[in-house]
Design a protein around this ligand. Structure first.
Ligand code: C2E
Ligand code: MG
Ligand code: MG
Ligand code: MG
Length: 276
């Protein structure tokens, strides 16, 4: 009896996995179809300084599925990475961001606003990644300094030597780099001195925890990150800033750049409070 029950459980578990796998396959084939259509959209979340002026925007991909509605990047980006679809999607993101920068360069109010683009490992480690980025920048005719590439610690860890090489190849042309989600993962202070990052983004999980009184130590670490970036002449930006209390505390600690719902939610370009 017990054995049979165990067997049934296993079968149920097995069916559960099968369902999940076929669900993932369905999403993957839908995603493949979505590329190049209106289903994929690039949203932008504005970044501000301590005077609440817009200084940049992070480009965040949205998938509006015809039946499922909005599918979160937390769901479809891993599918895109696994399947290789991140390559065409990533190219589209970089191209779209460059074209948006070209449009912003034409207006006095927006010409100083940079765009940050998330780059996946699979994309970054492609043979032609450097050429591809440079080609899009040139095609759009933009100032390369306005394009910022966001890399994560796990990407950097895979092959530090190659990362340094590719970063310098792009930096030579003015492209800038931001270390995304810093402060949680495998944060190592040595990356910050070895790799030529222009900016460090303090992970939002950190900002969230640090805001609560029982996490005094988290706040000390946030302050230490801010201090180190200053010493290394890098910019520091806090992500996931949701309250004025968080922003004020960050400001008091010397962090003058913020990204979060307090200032701007990721929006389609048409909904941003800026000329297009
Ligand atoms: P990320 O690069 O760390 O992006 C920041 C995430 O935090 C975004 O989630 C953004 O909507 C969210 N966020 C911003 N401010 C706040 C806030 O105040 N509170 C809270 N709770 N959340 C906030 P999103 O758009 O869901 O993207 C999730 C992740 O998916 C991104 O994390 C990034 O790793 C990845 N992603 C999104 N678009 C792309 C893309 O085009 N290419 C690649 N490779 N990855 C992408
Ligand atoms: Mg990011
Ligand atoms: Mg981040
Ligand atoms: Mg994140």
């Amino acid at each position: 009896q017990a054995k049979r029950q165990g067997g049934n459980k296993w079968l149920k578990y097995h069916e559960g996995i099968e369902q999940e796998v076929s669900e993932l396959f369905a999403l993957e084939s839908d995603l493949r179809e979505a590329i190049g259509t209106e289903e994929l959209q690039l949203y932008y979340q504005l970044q501000v300084n301590d005077k609440h002026e817009y200084i940049g925007a992070e480009a965040l991909t949205r998938w509006i599925h015809p039946e499922r509605g909005l599918v979160s990047p937390g769901v479809f980006i891993p599918i895109a990475e696994e399947s290789g679809l991140i390559i065409p999607i990533g190219e589209w993101v970089i191209r779209t961001a460059c074209l948006q920068l070209a449009a912003w360069e034409k207006h006095e109010e927006t010409k100083h606003i940079s765009i940050s683009v998330n780059v996946s490992a699979r994309q970054f480690y492609q043979d032609n990644f450097v050429d591809l980025v440079l080609a899009e920048v040139e095609q759009a005719g933009i100032n390369p300094k306005m394009l910022m590439l966001e890399l994560t610690e796990s990407l950097v860890l895979e092959d530090m030597e190659l990362v340094v090489e590719q970063m310098y190849a792009l930096k030579k042309h003015g492209i800038r780099f931001s270390m995304d989600d810093f402060g949680t993962g495998y944060s190592s202070l040595s990356y910050l001195s070895t790799l030529p990052f222009d900016e460090v983004k303090i992970d939002q999980a950190f900002i969230r925890r640090a805001a609560s009184p029982e996490h005094v130590k988290d706040w000390s670490i946030v302050e230490a990150i801010i201090g180190i970036t200053k010493k290394l002449h890098m910019d520091v930006i806090a992500e996931g800033v949701e309250t004025t209390a968080q922003q004020e505390r960050l400001l008091a600690s010397g962090c003058t750049r913020y990204q979060g719902y307090l200032f701007s939610k990721p929006s389609p370009i048409s909904k941003l409070p800026l000329p297009r």
